[in-house]
Design a protein around this ligand. Structure first.
Ligand code: AMP
Length: 220
């Protein structure tokens, strides 16, 4: 195993990447870098990147590659990412994957492992339908499968601001699934060929998926 670790969480919207990323990042001591969270944070702060991304996010479309890649490049240069990263929701296109390889190469690193969250469409729709997201720290909850300890209050940061994401509407979710199938799914064959892909059955309950991820990383 290398001293740094760069791990990608790949999968369709609603597969549980965010939920697992929170747990995994703490366990591995890696920063959780979610491009969706970074855009939502930019939007809360009304930055040009956030305002520009909003139009794409609300329609369930991917933000242009150049914008995402620049944001990730800057994020990977921060001190806490010097020992590696847990990338959640990036890369989502082939050009993003190529850009990431270049960024890591320049840092003397490479992608160590790609954990693919495999789940059926019916499961994704069910999970997105009950999803609640913290407006403070972006932690994800589910009204039925992973409710917060106190209704409406985030277990992680304590903020009373759990809400349905503005892009969790039926129209935006269908668009996100189409974007996923056409632009993100091609990454599967790329990472299968490179031997980096580990398939995780994301249909299982949260604790079982957590164990599967740990096993996949141990055998890496
Ligand atoms: P997520 O929180 O990962 O579901 O992302 C929410 C939205 O942010 C997506 O629907 C896109 O509009 C945008 N986004 C997040 N990550 C990316 C990415 N890697 N490439 C393009 N757009 C992204």
């Amino acid at each position: 195993m290398t001293s740094t670790q760069d791990i990608i969480l790949l999968g369709p919207p609603g597969a549980g990447k965010g939920t697992q990323a929170f747990r995994l990042a703490t366990r591995l001591g890696l920063p959780h870098i979610s491009t969706g969270d970074l855009f939502r944070q930019n939007l809360r702060e009304q930055t040009p990147v956030g305002l520009m991304a909003k139009g794409f996010m609300d329609r369930g479309l991917l933000v242009p590659d150049e914008v995402v890649c620049e944001m990730v490049r800057e994020r990977l240069e921060l001190d806490d990412a010097s020992s590696g990263s847990l990338l959640d929701g990036f890369p989502r296109t082939i050009p993003q994957a190529e850009a990431l390889e270049g960024m890591l190469r320049r840092l003397g690193r490479r992608v160590d492992c790609v954990l693919f969250f495999d789940a059926q469409d019916a499961t994704l729709v069910e999970r997105i339908a009950g999803r609640l997201t913290c407006s403070g720290c972006s932690a994800a909850f589910h009204a039925r499968f992973a409710p917060p300890k106190v209704a409406g209050v985030c277990d992680h940061c304590g903020k009373a601001g759990l809400a349905v994401r503005s892009d969790d509407t039926e129209a935006a979710v269908s668009a996100r699934l189409v974007e996923y199938r056409t632009k993100t799914e091609p990454l599967l064959s790329r990472y299968t060929k490179s031997g980096q892909l580990r398939v995780i059955n994301a249909e299982q309950p949260i604790a079982t998926v957590e164990n599967s991820l740990a096993l996949a990383l141990e055998s890496n």
